[in-house]
Each structure stands twice: as C-alpha cells, then as structure tokens.
Ligand binder design. Structure first.
Ligand SMILES: Nc1ncnc2c1ncn2[C@@H]1O[C@H](COP(=O)(O)OP(=O)(O)O)[C@@H](O)[C@H]1O
Ligand SMILES: [Mg+2]
Length: 252
C-alpha cells in the first residue's frame, strides 16, 4: 500500500462571487521514501494540493490518507518547507529548529541534542546562536529543512523551497537535499517550476495541467544518482516534459 493516497480530490474556491475549480479529480499514490516532484504552470493548483496534504486546507471532495488514516489537520508528521523564508526572526537558529519539540514538551536536553544533530546534518553547526537575519537565503532553507526533520516526520512537503535562490546556490541545495534524503530516507513531495530541478531530484515527476489542475502525466526517472544534468537520457526526459508543459501553456 502507498504511504500517501490522494483519491478523487477536487477543490473549488469562491472568489469575487464566482466558483473556481482549482483541482480536478487528483489521484495519486506515493510510496514510503519516494521523492516526488510536482511541476506545472503557475496557478494550476500545486500549492493548493500541497496545503491539502499538509492538512492546512480541506478538499471540496475526495480524500488524502497517510498510512490509511485520513488527514484531518496539520501535524509534525508532515513537515513543511516553504519558498518564503518562514523562520521566526526573534529566535536563534537552534531555537527555530527545536520549536516543534518545544510544543511537544520534549525535555530540554533532548531538544538541544536533537536540534544540534540536525543542525550538523544541514552543515550549520557553527551557526546555532545566530539569528535568521544573519543568514543567507540558502542557509535559511537549511534551517527550515532541519526544523522539519527534527520532528521525525513521515513526509516532507516542500513548496518551491529553492525558488528564491540564485542558480549556483540552488544547485548546491539540490545536492544537499539529496544527501540528507539518502541519510534520512523520508518521503518527499516537492513542488517546483524548474524542469531541470525536477529531473535532478525526483524518482517520480507528476506533471499538472493548467487550470483546473489535473494530473496530465506521471514520469518515473530511473536514472541513478548523482545524476548528470546534461546526459542524453536527461535531455530526452526534459524534451518530453517541456513538450507536455508547452501544450498546456498553449491551451490556457
Ligand atoms: N484561498 C484561495 N481563495 C481563492 N482562490 C484561491 C485560493 N488559493 C488559491 N486560489 C486559486 O487557486 C488556483 C491555484 O492556486 P495555487 O495552488 O496557488 O497554484 P500554483 O501553486 O500551482 O501556482 C489559482 O487560480 C489561485 O488564484
Ligand atoms: Mg504555488
């Protein structure tokens, strides 16, 4: 059985007195430890779908289950990493990371031990007493990843987490994320605008169509990691995805 099951999910919004369909009949199973990337035109409902999986939004109809149990609301078992830096500016790096443990009333010593373990994993050991404004964009996202992982989640949900980074930092963060994923073996759902990013990272790429968002294509990427960004295999997959996306742009 899949870890996460998305079944018959529809989402309608009411805006300006009108009904708008954001998601149309989304069905997908995601395996334990699978790295899934969602890609699709802007406004096709990627964030909405991620928010439904996070439990921040209810579907209009359909269900999302984790381990067969319907998702009812947000939980640290589904850690989120957003594009916009979402750290608490008044907390140090370590205190940002242990926030979820604090809520769970984990003993202070254990909070610090776990916090430092994940700080080390994301390569920021020497930054534990710094504040978010002292960090670069890439470092802030490392902290956000550590903050999600420290709660030992079943899945990590990432919404264009590297979208605001420069190209070089973005490439480094992609490799870092894969290194951490190999160590921790978590299920990852990763939304991106970048075809190259999706091919570099994913086991499975889900291509969504323009509004209302539907699943247009699901592509398995069987290429071993670390992947070249330019091999002929990668170029072939890129062509297929770009063709899928281009046909969406022309019909919207
Ligand atoms: N809370 C909301 N109220 C009304 N419309 C919304 C709301 N959230 C998203 N939408 C609309 O739903 C569609 C999908 O949005 P979104 O999931 O953010 O797309 P994406 O992340 O793929 O760019 C868009 O047309 C957006 O304007
Ligand atoms: Mg979005």
């Amino acid at each position: 059985m899949a870890l996460l099951e998305i079944k018959g999910v529809y989402k309608q919004f009411f805006a300006d007195g009108k009904e708008m369909e954001a998601l149309h009949d989304i069905n997908l199973g995601i395996r334990e430890n699978e790295f899934v990337c969602f890609i699709g035109p802007s406004g096709c409902g990627k964030t909405t779908l991620l928010r439904i999986v996070a439990g921040l939004e209810d579907p209009t109809s359909g269900t999302v289950t984790l381990d067969g149990i319907p998702i009812k609301g947000p939980s640290p078992e589904r850690g989120m990493v957003f594009q916009e830096y979402s750290l608490f500016p008044w907390r140090t790096v370590l205190d940002n990371i242990v926030f979820g443990l604090e809520l769970k009333k984990v003993p202070l010593d254990e909070q610090k031990r776990l916090g430092r373990q994940y700080l080390k994993m994301v390569g920021l050991e020497s930054f534990e007493t710094r504040y978010p404004h002292e960090l670069s964009g890439g470092m802030k996202q490392r902290v956000a990843i550590a903050r999600a992982l420290v709660n030992n989640p079943r899945a990590i949900l990432m919404d264009e987490p590297f979208g605001a980074l420069d190209a070089q930092t973005r490439n480094i963060m992609q490799s870092e994320l894969l290194r951490i994923w190999e160590e921790e073996k978590k299920t990852v759902i990763f939304v991106t605008h970048s075809v190259d990013e999706a091919i570099y990272l994913a086991d499975t790429i889900v291509i969504m169509s323009a509004r209302p968002g539907r699943i247009k294509d699901v592509i398995e990427i069987p290429i071993p990691r670390p992947r070249s960004r330019t091999s002929s295999e990668v170029n072939q997959i890129r062509d297929r995805i770009l063709c899928d996306l281009r046909s969406e742009m022309l019909t919207c």
